[in-house]
Ligand binder design. Structure first.
Ligand code: CA
Length: 225
């Protein structure tokens, strides 16, 4: 897993970098936002460790812009600013996790691993699995060039499965995600949504078999080999 550390304090950058290398990460360092942009433009990173006070700008503002342009991988924000307001602003700006200085390198490594494991780590606005493309801003889903005509819960289910593609999503988790606490859920509601969605995928691209039923457990969306 490759991590870019954006930190202007040389000592902290080197300590964090060597700690993460020892923990098995591939690490690159960027001392400012311009170098971070250059690094992200020339290689693919799995995660970002981001300081906020940087010589050429505010890390949070940069992160917010990057999130909009979808150029930034999941980010762990490291900062001396520990106030609650700053944490909320950091998470609002698209930070995936937040750690205040001083920190233990082991905790940074653990948080990064958790962040990369997290199924929701796909922070992309657009999800793409095989022939399926889901624009989460417009709530529009396409199979190849064809736009799918999905009911709200069918779209919600597809988004959930696409975000967790390759892993089995438990039936209960789907129910929880699709229905608010006070909405009535009939016993076969999820099955019914799954079968309608599968039929629509089949009609659109013959790709209904991407959506597997894992008997007694849940459902799995997988890109065809
Ligand atoms: Ca700094």
């Amino acid at each position: 897993m490759r991590v870019l550390i954006v930190e202007d304090n040389e000592r902290i950058a080197k300590l964090t970098g060597s700690g993460l290398v020892a923990a098995g990460f591939a690490v690159d360092l960027a001392p400012d936002l311009a170098s971070a942009d250059a690094a992200l433009g020339s290689a693919s990173f799995d995660a970002l460790v981001l300081d906020l006070g940087l010589p050429d700008g505010d890390g949070l503002e940069w992160l917010r812009r990057g999130r909009r342009a979808r150029t930034v991988p999941p980010a762990l924000v490291l900062t001396a600013r520990g106030a609650l307001d700053d944490r909320v602003a950091g998470l609002d700006a698209g930070a995936d996790d937040y750690l205040t200085k001083p920190f233990e390198i082991d905790e940074v490594a653990a948080r990064l691993r958790a962040l990369l494991r997290r199924p929701g780590a796909r922070t992309d606005v657009e999800l793409v699995i095989g022939p399926l493309r889901f624009d989460t801003n417009r709530r529009a889903c396409f199979a190849g060039e064809k736009r799918l005509d999905l009911a709200r819960r069918e779209a919600d289910l597809l988004e959930l499965l696409m975000r967790k593609a390759g892993t089995v999503v438990r039936r209960q988790a789907i129910e929880d995600a699709l229905y608010s606490f006070d909405a009535p859920v009939t016993p076969n509601a999820v099955e019914a949504i799954v079968s309608r969605l599968r039929r629509k995928l089949d009609q659109a691209c013959g790709c209904g078999e991407m959506l597997h039923t894992v008997r007694g457990v849940g459902y799995l969306l997988e890109e065809r080999a």
